[in-house]
Design a protein around this ligand. Structure first.
Ligand code: DOR
Ligand code: ZN
Ligand code: ZN
Length: 350
């Protein structure tokens, strides 16, 4: 039964692991997971191996996406001190620039001021700069938006003081936007203790007070819901050095629909957070004749049965407010009742 029709959802923060990590995910499996979650356009992150900081690496990733993607894909270029002179050459083939200010999975990092300044001086103004910024790095990102009078997008905000600082920056008219992930909205430190390495990611899960602050700002300060889908194998997660990150493409909409169901979020606001704002902020193309048909019968999120290659979830046992029944992309049924119908290579690369 179809209770709700949404536009094709947009995830502006997905890790698809090609090149260098195809055993975790690749464009075919990651975009299958996206369609199963009602996502028809995603932006893939550049912290691959090698990272997408040179035209050659970006071209290779684009070729892999063109061959394998089942939904539309844009790629982030990455900022790295050694490759910073490559930014103008990267820009035409990238949807946006990603700067990592804090430690996370992979080696991509900017922790020197000359590199940061070069990013803001040479990246084209019409393309967005997104930052992995935590704690005081959020203030650095906001300061750069002010100094260069240009837009910055702050990824996966997770702490009360961060979302409050962003709210103040917006109140002063600065060009700052942000995203929040379902894991930072639906899980907290208590879950991290229960889940062990399966509940570890960057930023780490917050305290109950941080979670409450994110919910309190969902209707004003938060611009986008983004998955930060970060697949790692169960073997890697259970190893002595578990990498941070959790998959999220297939559970993002079902979880947000639970918030719709219990009256914490309107369908209009969900559509703004998961389609309208991502499209506008990143300047993404419309997808004509594209929709997501949703069955609003609540259920419990299962442990398995996923399209993502990593095959697990941190959300098992949580309540979902609805499930994706059918996805239509440019007039073609690409997902229906658990089956991914889109062929690898049928998605467009932006
Ligand atoms: O937990 C995370 N995992 N946070 C990030 O910023 C990167 C991601 C990954 O690539 O695994
Ligand atoms: Zn990040
Ligand atoms: Zn990420």
């Amino acid at each position: 039964m179809t209770d709700l029709i949404l536009p094709g959802l947009i995830d502006v923060h997905t890790h698809l692991r090609v090149p260098g990590g195809a055993h975790k995910e690749d464009f075919a499996t990651g975009t299958a997971a996206a369609l199963a979650g009602g996502i028809t356009l995603l932006l893939a992150m550049p912290n691959t191996s090698p990272p997408l900081t040179t035209p050659a690496a970006l071209a290779a990733a684009r070729a892999a996406a063109a061959a394998d993607a089942r939904c539309d894909v844009g790629l982030f270029a990455g900022a790295a001190p050694a490759d910073i002179d490559q930014l103008p050459a990267l820009a035409p083939d990238a949807a946006a620039l990603k700067i990592y200010l804090n430690d996370t999975f992979g080696r991509l990092r900017v922790d020197d001021l000359p590199t940061l300044v070069a990013c803001f001086q040479t990246w084209p103004r019409e393309k967005l700069i997104a930052l992995h910024a935590e704690k005081q790095s959020v203030a650095v990102a906001i300061g750069l938006a002010a100094i260069y009078d240009r837009a910055v997008h702050i990824c996966h905000v997770s702490r009360r003081e961060e979302i409050e600082l962003i709210a103040d920056a917006k109140g002063r008219g600065l060009l700052v936007t942000c995203e929040v992930t379902p894991h930072h909205l639906f899980l907290s430190q208590a879950d991290a203790a229960r889940l062990g390495p399966l509940g570890d990611m960057r930023p780490v899960l917050g305290a109950a007070d941080d979670v409450a602050a994110l919910w309190a700002h969902l209707n004003d300060t938060v611009d986008c819901i983004a998955t930060d889908h970060a697949p790692h194998t169960l073997e890697e997660k259970r190893s002595d050095a578990p990498p941070p990150g959790v998959p999220g493409l297939e559970t993002s909409l079902p979880l947000m629909l639970a918030a719709v169901e219990d009256g914490r979020l309107s369908v209009e606001r969900l559509t703004a957070l998961m389609h309208d704002n991502p499209r506008r902020l990143f300047g993404l193309p419309q997808q004509p004749d594209t929709r997501v048909e949703v069955d609003m019968t609540p259920y419990t999120i299962p442990a398995g049965g996923w399209q993502t290659k990593c095959g697990w979830t941190a959300f098992a046992g949580l309540r979902a407010g609805g499930r994706v029944r059918r996805v239509v992309l440019r007039g073609q049924v690409v997902y229906e009742d658990g089956a991914v119908l889109a062929a690898p290579g049928s998605g467009k690369v932006l």
